[in-house]
Design a protein around this ligand. Structure first.
Ligand code: HPA
Length: 271
């Protein structure tokens, strides 16, 4: 195994002895889930050898270890995006570390633009599948065979049992939650009208700038994954209006309680 992984792992192990089986990437819409965690240890990313450091203001950078219900979890507060200038290896480095710490199931949230006309701003969409249009893949390069195969399967990137369970919870609560396809682009600019038209036509229900690299690496290592998007803006090419970061964050804030509820139930009731 590469030295960087071993050194990061050794550092964390010295600080924290538990074995989290659940990993959470607290992207947009999941900030409040930290309140559900009974904290045992917090480690800032900049203390961990080889860990990238978050540059986006709205994201922190630390690992939170603790419990949700009786489940041992590790949450990444702060994630990395390709548009920040990190390599795909840097973006996914923490996911490799989560695996080495014992994580078997990974929950991820993100913000996305809605292209499916039946969606509304503030809705949630559970990822059933994705289309990767980012220009680089985190698995390019020598295969780390101790982690997984050269040509990992992607026939079911998102766990169908977890998807069904999340949809059941949403139905019970009367939340507007869809199941659909996430298209990953690099950003950082939002799309042109012609691009939204294209991304919708090729099968995308929403578009966003994260998640897929982490999912690819998680699936490479056989981690079960679940991801959910909060629709922060609607992207109708025929009625496109400029959006500001504040508007995106406002929509994300509004959806946060729903996202937090679904995720904490899923985690507490995980087999
Ligand atoms: N495009 C890409 N990423 C996004 C969008 C969008 O319209 N909205 C929120 N994240």
């Amino acid at each position: 195994m590469e030295k960087a992984f071993t050194e990061a792992l050794e550092y964390i192990r010295k600080q924290y002895k538990g074995t989290p089986e659940i990993g959470i990437i607290l992207g947009t819409g999941l900030g409040r889930l930290t309140k559900e965690i009974e904290e045992e240890k917090i480690i800032p990313y900049n203390f961990i050898p080889h860990f990238p450091i978050s540059t986006v203001e709205s994201h922190f950078g630390r690992l939170i270890f603790g419990k949700i219900g009786d489940k041992q979890v590790v949450a990444m507060q702060g994630r990395f995006h390709y548009y920040e200038g990190y390599s795909m290896q840097e973006i996914t480095f923490p996911v490799r570390i989560l695996k080495l710490l014992g994580v078997k199931t990974l929950f991820i949230s993100n913000a996305a633009g809605g292209m499916n006309k039946s969606y509304q701003k503030g809705d949630l969409m559970i990822l059933d599948d994705h289309i990767n249009l980012q220009t680089h893949n985190p698995l390019i390069g020598p295969n780390l065979s101790s982690f997984g195969p050269r040509f990992p399967d992607m026939s079911e990137p998102y766990d169908q049992k977890l998807i069904q369970k999340a949809l059941d919870i949403a139905k019970e609560k009367n939340y507007r939650v869809h199941k659909g396809v996430y298209v990953a682009v690099t950003g950082p600019n939002l799309e042109t009208r012609a691009e939204y038209r294209f991304l919708h036509r090729i099968g995308g229900d929403v578009v966003g700038m994260s998640t897929v690299p982490e999912v690819i690496v998680a699936r490479h290592m056989g981690i079960r994954t679940f991801a959910v998007s909060v629709i922060t803006d609607m992207c109708d090419p025929d009625n496109l209006v400029p959006v500001t970061l504040d508007e995106l964050l406002e929509a994300a804030n509004e959806a946060e309680p729903k996202m937090t509820y679904i995720l904490s139930r899923l985690i507490k009731e995980l087999d």
